[in-house]
Design a protein around this ligand. Structure first.
Ligand SMILES: *Cc1c(COP(=O)(O)O)cnc(C)c1O
Length: 362
C-alpha cells in the first residue's frame, strides 16, 4: 500500500489514492505540454479545459442547472465569512446566523464586525451537541440571508434537514460535507466549501451560487471580494490556484466514477455506522459527543473514561497505522474524520482497533 497509513485527519485530509496516482503520472508532462499543470498559463487551452470540466462535473454531481454558477476563490472558507456579509448584508439588511459550532460562530463574528448580525438559533449552551431544529429558528426583521454551517467539523454534528426560510436566501458552509451526499441543492442560494476537507488540497474555496443572487455586489466592495468579479470572469479575473482546481476536478471525476452522490452517501453512512455502533454498544466506555439525531457521517467525536486513556488511544492507534484521531481541544477526546476518500477498509481497521482497545482497558 505504498507505506500509506489510514488518515483520519479533519483537514487537510485524505485524498483518493487513484487521484494522487493520476496526478503523479501527469506531474512532469501534462497533456503533452512538456510542463506540469502548475507551470502552464491559466489562459492556455489545456488549463481552461481542466477548469471548465471541473465546474461542469461539480454541477452535474449536484444536479444543478444553468441558473447556478461554480466559482473558485482563494482565502479558504474563512474568507467567505467576510465575503458573505460584504456582498449581501447591506442597505439595512441583516445577516442571520445559526450558531452550531466554532466555524458557524466565526462566520457570525465576521458579519458582526461590519454591522448588525442576528443569531437566529444556537446550540452553544450544550457545547454544540446538536443541530438546532426548524422550530428554534427565529429570523430577524429585514433578514439578508440565513447562514448555516451544514456539518460541524469540530463537534461532529450535521444537518439532517434543509432549513425553511420562507424566501429569505439560504447560505451554507459545507466545507466538511460538500459532495458527501445528495441534497436538493437548489434550495440553497449560495454554498461554499474550503476544499481541503473533502475535495482536494488547501488553497481553493469552492462556491456554488444562484446566478441571480450574486450578479450585483454593492459598489463599495473591493474587486477581489465581490462574487460578481468571479462570476463575470469564469473565476479567471486573476491567476487562480490552478493546481488545486485541477485536483478538485480529479476528485469530482472520481466521485462520478464511484456512482455519484447517492453512492457516496451509501458508503459514508455504512462507514460511519461501523464506528457509531461500537460507541453505542460499548456500555459507556466510548461516549459520543453529538446527540444521535445530529450525528455527522463525516466527523465522529467521542470521549473515553479518562484523559489518560484518550492519550493512550491516540498513541496506540498510530501504532496500528491509524493517524489523526485526536479530538479538537474544544471537545477533547477523539475525533475520526471519514471523508469520501477514507476507504471502507480504513473504517474496518479503526472499528477493530476500538473493540480491542476497549477489551484491553475496561
Ligand atoms: C475547516 C473549516 C473552515 C475553515 O476553512 P479554511 O479553508 O481553513 O478557512 C470553515 N468551515 C468549516 C465547516 C470547516 O470545517
Amino acid at each position: 500500500m505504498e507505506n500509506r497509513i489510514y488518515n483520519f485527519n479533519p483537514g487537510p485530509a485524505v485524498l483518493p489514492l487513484e487521484v494522487l496516482k493520476e496526478a503523479q503520472s501527469e506531474m512532469l508532462n501534462f497533456k503533452n505540454s512538456g510542463m506540469s499543470v502548475m507551470e502552464i498559463s491559466h489562459r492556455s487551452k489545456p488549463y481552461e479545459a481542466v477548469h471548465n470540466q471541473a465546474k461542469a462535473d461539480i454541477k452535474e454531481l449536484m444536479e444543478l442547472g444553468d441558473d447556478y454558477e461554480v466559482l473558485f476563490i482563494q482565502g479558504g472558507a474563512s474568507m467567505q465569512f467576510t465575503m458573505v456579509p460584504q456582498n449581501f448584508a447591506h442597505d439595512g439588511k441583516i445577516g442571520n446566523y445559526i450558531l452550531s459550532g466554532s466555524f458557524a460562530t466565526k462566520a457570525y463574528q465576521e458579519a458582526a464586525l461590519l454591522g448588525d448580525a442576528h443569531i437566529a438559533a444556537s446550540s452553544k449552551d450544550s457545547n454544540f451537541k446538536y443541530i438546532p431544529k426548524q422550530n428554534e429558528i427565529k429570523l430577524s426583521k429585514d433578514a439578508a440571508y440565513l447562514h448555516v454551517c451544514y456539518n460541524n467539523t469540530i463537534f461532529g454534528t450535521e444537518y439532517k434537514y434543509i432549513p425553511e426560510t420562507n424566501g429569505i436566501p439560504l447560505i451554507a458552509d459545507m466545507s466538511s460535507d460538500m459532495l458527501s451526499r445528495p441534497l436538493d441543492f437548489s434550495k440553497f442560494d449560495l454554498i461554499y466549501a474550503g476544499v481541503q476537507k473533502n475535495l482536494g488540497p488547501a488553497g481553493v474555496c469552492l462556491v456554488v451560487a444562484k446566478k441571480s443572487f450574486i450578479e450585483n455586489s454593492p459598489k463599495s466592495v473591493p474587486t477581489m471580494l465581490r462574487y460578481d468579479t468571479y462570476a463575470k470572469n469564469n473565476s479567471l479575473y486573476n491567476t487562480p490556484p490552478a493546481f488545486g482546481i485541477y485536483m478538485v476536478g480529479k476528485v469530482a471525476a472520481w466521485i462520478k466514477k464511484q456512482g455519484g452522490l447517492e453512492a457516496m452517501e451509501k458508503r459514508n453512512i455504512h462507514k460511519a455506522k461501523l464506528i457509531y455502533d461500537i460507541i453505542d454498544s460499548s456500555a459507556g466506555f466510548y461516549r459520543g459527543h453529538a446527540e444521535p439525531d445530529s450525528r455527522s457521517y463525516m466527523n465522529i467525536t467521542f470521549r473515553l473514561p479518562t484523559e489518560d486513556l484518550e492519550v493512550k488511544f491516540v498513541k496506540e492507534a498510530l501504532e496500528h497505522n491509524l493517524s489523526g484521531v485526536k479530538g479538537h481541544r474544544s471537545v477533547g477526546g477523539l475525533r475520526t474524520s471519514l471523508y469520501n476518500a477514507m476507504p471502507l477498509a480504513g473504517c474496518e481497521a479503526l472499528a477493530d482497533f476500538m473493540e480491542k482497545f476497549k477489551k484491553n482497558n475496561v
